[in-house]
Design a protein around this ligand. Structure first.
Ligand code: SF4
Length: 659
């Protein structure tokens, strides 16, 4: 393993790093003994090589693929376009044959040739067909996608630049349920999704995403090639991504699509019955109050049952089969929509048959005030059982990220993954261990963690106090721009950006001013620029060098108190006798804080300050736990020390006090 890793590091132009070697050895051992492994590997460890090298070696030796799953497209691209091609070439001479790799995503990520050639406009409401902006934007996109279909090799949505909206993409793609099936589809032989599956079936390393991993865990039929080894990178995102896949909803748009899909397929009485059931439910959820639903009132229960029954009856009324490909596609899409509605109604009704402590699903009403829509959602309270039964019982998994052990312990996240037993008396730990291979960075010498203890605790309205805004201005002035502002809400980011534009003469950009990637590019190119934003910047910004010397965090990123899923998860832990706040809210905040603070040092010679403008980080009981979850920066609450350090840093002096 050491020789293989050294060859790989050499080929990719890196240096040997102790953490990388330790991780590669631990991964190889985990694969050998079949024990699940969680690895916290700080920025700069080179963790992708540390798992890819043992994965390739093992897959080539056993002829059994290793699946590697990522949360983000950026990492997927890095693996498939940069790391794997170079690794395959460099390791070839040390292995019995050339390693093969492939990327595989869910069916909805690929262009569907049958939909392009035989699809209908049934998904679009009639009243938008002649709306100039809607038809222009949508029509332009669909035209572009149709011509792209004849030039692309992959049909992969992520290869399309610039991208298109979900609405446009849905005109040229199908879900797995909507697919005709390769045997019946007139385009089966050319199908992009089928080709990707065929290539993945012959690969040693199959790169996928957490969503497909979740679908593979949930579905009865496997969607990934058979494998017994699995690597989950960006594993801190796993629970959220799996929860999203396992969440279902009812709202006016998909309900309207279902009615339009069956309109010309079944007797009018079925269409009328569906129309009446969907319109009753849509009005009820439009008029309902947002938030978790603990008790299902009789009226809503009756509407859900009526909609379930109407969908089931309409589905039965759809004629059995047709040889016309366009009609077959329309039929499959209608069945998929009706099945989805009936399943969701049944799932919601079923969840209320149990007392609150025994429920495994959470139901809530969500409102999107910007779009003016309302959604009735149902999501799993925990995905631990699903991951345990669907993933960890089938394959040995290595789960890795720069942030997995808030407060120095893997226990909270291992419980969320279902590796660590929690709750049920007969539950036992699945065999697993966690290791922290550290980081090659000297955090205490390169970075300062400053907590503005003197500021008043953040208010409830989400925007910053006058004192906090003055602090932001002072810090950015001392840093002469170079600031990434990570805010807990878009409202706070926008308000602070507006205020700083008034006060400062360096450029302040705010997420939403342009595409995020373009903003990050400008931010990286001009050191005097600052960039403010919210969640996607907490994890997605990688700007090494002098353009980023200061990370400002406006408040501890606890989940919103009105987040129904988080509140229900917290309540469930408390009901089991645990500390719900620490296990759910504090550990969520700790992982996010560590991700945000991790934006500061991206290469070994980077230096700077992480400034947390939430005094609770220094004064509250949980403050110590949160600080211990961050990289080991030099810690201070002294404002003058920090302003002086930023001043010296931007003047070229780069020495910080030793810890
Ligand atoms: S098999 Fe046919 S219907 Fe299914 S995704 Fe491929 S092209 Fe579309």
């Amino acid at each position: 393993m050491t020789d293989l890793l050294a060859t790989a590091v050499d080929a990719l132009g890196g240096d040997e790093r102790a953490g990388q070697v330790a991780m590669a050895e631990a991964v190889a051992q985990a694969f050998d003994i079949g024990e699940h492994l969680a690895v916290q590997a700080g920025t700069g460890t080179g963790k992708s090589l540390a798992y890819l090298v043992p994965a390739i070696a093992r897959a080539v030796e056993t002829d059994c693929p290793v699946v590697v799953s990522t949360a983000t497209i950026a990492l997927q691209r890095q693996l498939v376009e940069r790391d794997l091609p170079r690794l395959a070439e460099s390791l070839e001479r040390l292995l019995p044959r050339t390693p093969r790799y492939a990327i595989l995503k869910g069916r909805g990520n690929y262009l569907c040739l049958n939909k392009i050639h035989n699809g209908s406009a049934a998904d679009e409401p009639e009243d938008t067909l002649f709306e100039s902006t809607a038809t222009t934007a949508l029509g332009r996109d669909v035209q572009r996608l149709t011509s792209w279909a004849s030039t692309t090799d992959s049909g992969d949505r992520d290869q399309l630049s610039p991208g298109v909206s979900d609405r446009s993409w849905s005109q040229v793609s199908v879900s797995a349920r909507e697919c005709l099936g390769v045997a019946r589809c007139p385009f089966g032989a050319e199908c992009f999704a089928e080709k990707a599956r065929a290539v993945a079936g012959k690969a040693d390393v199959v790169v996928t995403n957490h969503a497909l991993l979740a679908i593979d865990a949930i579905s009865e039929a496997p969607v990934l090639p058979e494998h017994d080894l699995l690597v989950i990178d960006e594993a801190h995102e796993l629970v959220d991504r799996v929860t999203t896949v396992a969440t279902q909803e009812l709202s006016s748009t998909p309900l309207g699509v279902a009615v339009r899909r069956i309109a010309k397929m079944v007797e009018p009485e079925h269409v009328e019955r569906m129309e009446s059931a969907t319109s009753a439910l849509t009005s009820a959820i439009r008029d309902g109050s947002a938030g978790q639903i603990d008790t299902l009132d009789d009226g809503l229960a009756a509407m859900l049952a009526a909609l379930r029954d109407a969908s089931t009856a309409a589905r039965r009324a759809i004629p059995t089969s047709t040889s016309d490909p366009a009609a077959a596609a329309a039929r499959t899409e209608a069945i998929a929509a009706l099945d989805d509605i009936a399943d969701t109604c049944s799932r919601i009704l079923e969840s209320f048959r149990h007392e609150v402590p025994d429920r495994t699903d959470v139901v809530w009403l969500a409102r999107d005030d910007v779009r003016g829509t309302a959604h009735l959602r149902v999501a799993p309270l925990s995905v631990a059982g699903l991951l345990r039964g669907g993933l960890f019982s089938r394959a040995t998994a290595v789960l890795t990220s720069a942030t997995l052990a808030p407060g120095g312990s893997f226990d909270a996240i291992a419980a969320q993954w279902g590796l660590r037993a929690e709750g049920a008396e007969d539950a036992e730990d699945v065999g697993w261990r966690g290791i922290d291979v550290g980081s090659p960075f000297q955090h205490a010498k390169s970075g300062i963690l400053y907590v503005a203890r003197h500021l008043p605790p953040p208010g409830r309205d989400g925007t910053g106090s006058a004192e906090q805004l003055a602090e932001i201005a002072a810090l950015i002035s001392a840093a002469r721009g170079r600031t990434l502002g990570l805010f807990s809400s878009m409202r706070a980011a926008a308000a602070a950006a507006e205020e700083m534009r008034e006060r400062l003469d360096t450029t302040i950009m705010c997420q939403g001013d342009d595409a995020t990637a373009a903003l990050v590019e400008k931010f990286a190119a001009d050191p005097e620029t600052s960039l403010f934003g919210t969640l996607s910047l907490w994890q997605g910004v990688d700007v090494p060098g002098p353009s980023l010397s200061l990370v400002i965090i406006d408040r501890i990123p606890f989940p919103r108190p009105d987040d129904p899923l988080m509140a229900a998860r917290q309540r469930a832990v408390t009901a089991r006798g645990g500390n719900g706040f620490m296990a759910v809210a504090a550990s969520h905040a700790a992982l996010l804080l560590a991700q945000g603070a991790g934006r500061l040092l991206r290469r070994v010679d980077d230096k700077g300050v992480v400034a947390v403008l939430d005094s609770r980080m220094a004064t509250a009981r949980y403050g110590r736990y949160l600080r211990d979850s961050l990289p080991p920066f030099w810690f201070t609450t002294d404002r003058d020390t920090v302003l002086g350090a930023l001043d010296r840093l931007t003047d070229g002096a780069t020495t910080y006090p030793d810890s």
